[in-house]
Design a binder for this molecule. Structure first.
Ligand code: HEC
Length: 440
C-alpha cells in the first residue's frame, strides 16, 4: 500500500477504508485459520491439500490420517484404516484423497466418508510415495517392495514397474503421462507409455523423492542434501544444495516455479526453479521435516514434522504463520491463561470443543464430559467398540485414559495415541477440563 489514489481528497471515507483494511488484516492475522495443526500422536509423514485449498489430509506414524479444515484450523475427522504408519497421501482433482500405508494398502476417501470408499492391496511392502495423473484417473505408487505401480483408479488395470535395486522412494508423472521413479539405488527411471524398457539415469547419491514440473523438468531429492534438476530427456541441468543432511521430501508449487525440499536435519529450502537458487530457508524448530504440500494457489506451504504438528508458512515472506496465531489470546481460554492444564489442552483443541455451542469436530464435544458415560455425546458417531465399554468419565478415568493411552484404555478408538506420562500434568489437564467443560 503506497500512497493514495490521485485526485481524491483525504476524507473520512479514506480513513474509514483504511480502518476497515486494518481490521481485515487483524482478522486475517488472528483468525484460527492461522494456527498450526496439532492432533497427531506421531510424526507427520504425509500431506496433501485438496484442489480447492480448503481441506488437507495428513498421514502419520501414529497409523491415522486426519482430515483438516484449513480455514478453521480444526480437525474434521480421524481416519483409521491402515495397520501401520500412513506414509503417503494425495489429493485427487475431484476432491477425494488417497492414503498409502506401511501395510502396503491404499485407501481412497471421499471428504465425507469415515471409511475408505475403495481399499486396494497392491504392494508387498510399505508404500512411501504417490503421484496422480493430471486427469486424475491414474495413481502411481512407490514402494519399498522394490516396485512402483500405475493403477487405474476406476478399473482393475495395474501396471508393475520392476527394475530398481531396492526401495523405490518416489514417483511422479511427466506431462505426457510417462512415469518417473526415484530409488535408493541412486537411479531415476523414466518408463515409456508402452511396456518397453525404461531410460535409466544414475545420479551420485541415493534418491528419496521426485517431482516433475509442468514443462517436464525432473526434480529429484538426494541423500546428499542436494536437489537435482534434469531436463525432460533425463539430461542434468543443474543442482542446488538444500542442506547438509539427506532430503526426505520435495514438492513443486502448482505453477512449477518453486521447489520445496525438506531434510532430515529440519531445514526446508524454497528454491527458485528457473535460476536454481535458494530463495529462502524456512526457520523452523530444527526437527526432521517429513512431508510437504503447497496450497493450490501457491501462497502457502504446509510442512509436517517429527513434533507431530502441521505447520503453515507464508511463501511471500517465508514466515511461519502459526507464530502469529500462537500469541492470540483464545477468548474462551482467556480465564485459564497461564494454566498448565490449558497449555496441555492445546494438543486436544483441534478435535474437541469445550462449550455447549462448540459442537463436534473430529472428536465429540467434551462439554459436560464429567459424569458422562463413554460414547454418549449427542450427534457424534462413535466407533462401535467404544459404545460397548463400561466407562464413566471422571477425574480418575480421564487421567487413566492418558496414563495408559487411548489405544490401551479404549481399544478400537479413533483418537490418535497420546500419552501424558507426568502425573502432575495429567492432574493439571483434568483440573482444567473439570473447570472448562462445566455448564455455567
Ligand atoms: C486428532 C483428534 C483428537 C485429538 C487431538 C484428541 N482427541 Fe479425544 N477423541 C477423538 C476422537 C475421534 C474420539 C472418539 C473416539 C471414537 O469414537 O473412536 C475422542 C474421544 C475422547 C474422549 C471420550 C469422549 C466420550 O464422549 O466418550 C475423551 C475424554 C477425549 N477424547 C479427550 C481428549 C483429550 C483430553 C485430548 C488431548 C489431550 C484429546 N482427546 C485429543 C479425537 C481426538
Amino acid at each position: 500500500m503506497t500512497g493514495r489514489p490521485r485526485g481524491r481528497p483525504v476524507g473520512r471515507s479514506t480513513v474509514g477504508q483504511f480502518m476497515a483494511l486494518i481490521l481485515l488484516w487483524l482478522m486475517a492475522a488472528f483468525s484460527p485459520a492461522a494456527a498450526e495443526l496439532r492432533g497427531h500422536g506421531g510424526p507427520v509423514r504425509a500431506l496433501a491439500v485438496a484442489p480447492d485449498g480448503r481441506l488437507a489430509l495428513s498421514g502419520s506414524f501414529d497409523q491415522s490420517a486426519i482430515l483438516w479444515a484449513l480455514d478453521q484450523g480444526a480437525a474434521v475427522a480421524v481416519l483409521r484404516f491402515h495397520e501401520g504408519a500412513v506414509n503417503a497421501a494425495a489429493a485427487l482433482p475431484d476432491g477425494r484423497f488417497v492414503t498409502g500405508g506401511e501395510d502396503g494398502r491404499i485407501g481412497v476417501w471421499t471428504p465425507e466418508g469415515r471409511d475408505p470408499q475403495q481399499a486396494l492391496e497392491v504392494h508387498q511392502g510399505p508404500i512411501v510415495g504417490f503421484a496422480v495423473s493430471s486427469d486424475g484417473r491414474r495413481l502411481a505408487t512407490a514402494s519399498w517392495d522394490g516396485t512402483a505401480r500405475v493403477i487405474a483408479l476406476a478399473g482393475k488395470e495395474i501396471r508393475v514397474l520392476n527394475g530398481h535395486q531396492g526401495n523405490v522412494n518416489g514417483v511422479a508423472f511427466m506431462p505426457d503421462g510417462r512415469v518417473v521413479t526415484a530409488g535408493y539405488d541412486a537411479t531415476l527411471r523414466i518408463w515409456p507409455l508402452d511396456e518397453g524398457a525404461p531410460t535409466v539415469i544414475t545420479l551420485p547419491t541415493p534418491l528419496n523423492a521426485v517431482a516433475v514440473a509442468p514443462d517436464g523438468e525432473i526434480v529429484a531429492g538426494g541423500a546428499d542434501g542436494r536437489v537435482y534438476l534434469l531436463r525432460p530427456n533425463g539430461q542434468p541441468r543443474t543442482e542446488v544444495e538444500a542442506g547438509p543432511t539427506p532430503i526426505i521430501a520435495t514438492a513443486l508449487s502448482p505453477d512449477g516455479r518453486r521447489i520445496a525440499a525438506a531434510t532430515v536435519g529440519g531445514a526446508v529450502a524454497v528454491v527458485d526453479r528457473a535460476s536454481g537458487t535458494v530463495s529462502f530457508r524456512l526457520v523452523g524448530p530444527g526437527l526432521p521435516v517429513w512431508s510437504l504440500a503447497f496450497k493450490p494457489d501457491g501462497t502457502e506451504l504446509l510442512t509436517g514434522g517429527s513434533d507431530r504438528a502441521v505447520r503453515r508458512w507464508d511463501l511471500r515472506t517465508g514466515e511461519h504463520i502459526g507464530a502469529v496465531a500462537m500469541t492470540r489470546p483464545e477468548d474462551f481460554l482467556a480465564p485459564f491463561k497461564g494454566s498448565r492444564g490449558a497449555e496441555l489442552f492445546q494438543a486436544c483443541a483441534a478435535c474437541h470443543t469445550l462449550t455447549p455451542d462448540g459442537g463436534n469436530r473430529a472428536g465429540p464435544t467434551l462439554h459436560g464430559v464429567f459424569g458422562r458415560r463413554i460414547a454418549t455425546a449427542p450427534g457424534y458417531n462413535y466407533s462401535e467398540p467404544l459404545k460397548r465399554m463400561n466407562i464413566v468419565w471422571d477425574a480418575q478415568t480421564i487421567a487413566k485414559l492418558f496414563e495408559l493411552g487411548p489405544s490401551r484404555y479404549t481399544p478400537g478408538t479413533k483418537m490418535p495415541e497420546q500419552v501424558i506420562s507426568n502425573p502432575d500434568d495429567r492432574a493439571a489437564l483434568v483440573r482444567f477440563l473439570e473447570e472448562a467443560t462445566r455448564s455455567r
